[in-house]
Design a protein around this ligand. Structure first.
Ligand code: ATP
Length: 267
């Protein structure tokens, strides 16, 4: 089991460009063992930030992509039957709590509320995880730390975290970086020159202004990086932007025209 957790250690520094004081706030929260919620739209750097922090703090990182079919057993663990009989297998949350990893529950709002409540005893000063089926009360390793991500845009009355869950966390807001910083990120991650990266960011800014006027979500940093990677592969900028930025985000013909026009302004 020790070996399984060492698989989660991050050997090389994941490049992360800070956009504010998030590094020091996260470190302080970690030192205080105050669970952290990263709030922000899809593709704005939350996962990269957690990876960077796990590397910086020297902790293994166990990531779980949450979904509505996920059960408490998927997080905590279950008995498995094999040729030698039954044996217990820790779920990702238990693995992290037992060995002192950072557990990152990505898009936690996707999980049903009856699944999410299993984190409650781990996120207050008890720091325990009851493994009811196994009859074990696991005391979390002193280095165990819980991080969740949450996209406020997706929230609805049907799908939201309970107040009793929210109030266990400190929260850091993530958003699209300032243009200068996002340009640096696009250039670094995709390999395009800074001038092209700047144009992509400007297209992104225009498209983000359409959010709420026909677009559900703005073009993410991730999508701009995709466009940059196609350009770095030798694809002409217009088809690269059409493929990476316009086509994935909307099927509405008027919206596609508006985005195509934004691309044509810069390339
Ligand atoms: N501040 C940043 N420093 C370095 N890279 C960044 C930064 N912000 C965004 N990126 C880049 O954007 C990509 C997408 O970010 P990331 O995967 O962290 O998004 P996310 O917010 O976790 O999205 P999701 O909620 O969909 O998982 C990263 O792979 C990275 O290349």
């Amino acid at each position: 089991m020790k070996d399984m957790i060492s698989d989660h250690l991050i050997a090389e520094q994941p490049w992360y460009r800070p956009t504010g004081n998030e590094l020091s706030l996260f470190e302080a929260a970690y030192a205080a063992r105050m669970p952290v919620m990263l709030k922000g739209p899809t593709g704005c750097g939350k996962t990269r930030f957690v990876e960077h922090m796990a590397w910086k703090l020297g902790r293994p990182l166990v990531t779980v992509a949450c979904n509505e079919d996920m059960t408490a057993s998927d997080l905590v663990g279950r008995f498995l039957l094999d040729a030698d009989g039954t044996h217990w297998q820790d779920g990702p949350l238990t693995l992290a709590a037992r060995h002192g990893a950072i557990c990152y529950l990505d898009e936690v709002v996707e999980a049903r509320q009856d699944t999410t409540v299993v984190i409650h005893p781990l996120t207050d000063n008890r720091r325990v995880l009851p493994l009811e089926k196994k009859g074990e009360l696991l005391k979390a390793h002193p280095d165990f730390f819980l991080v969740i991500s949450y996209n406020p845009g997706y929230q609805s009355l049907m799908k939201d975290l309970k107040q009793s869950t929210k109030q266990r966390f400190g929260a850091l807001d993530f958003d699209w970086p300032e243009e200068e910083i996002e340009t640096e990120i696009i250039a670094h991650e995709s390999g395009v020159d800074p001038e092209t990266a700047k144009k992509l960011v400007e297209i992104g800014t225009r498209a983000r202004n359409l959010k709420g006027h026909g677009l559900d979500e703005g073009i993410s940093t991730r999508m701009l990086i995709h466009a940059g990677k196609l350009i770095a592969q030798g694809v002409e900028p217009v088809p690269a932007c059409t493929m990476a930025l316009v086509r994935p985000i909307t099927d509405d013909p008027d919206m596609r025209d508006a985005l195509d026009a934004a691309v044509a302004t810069y390339f």
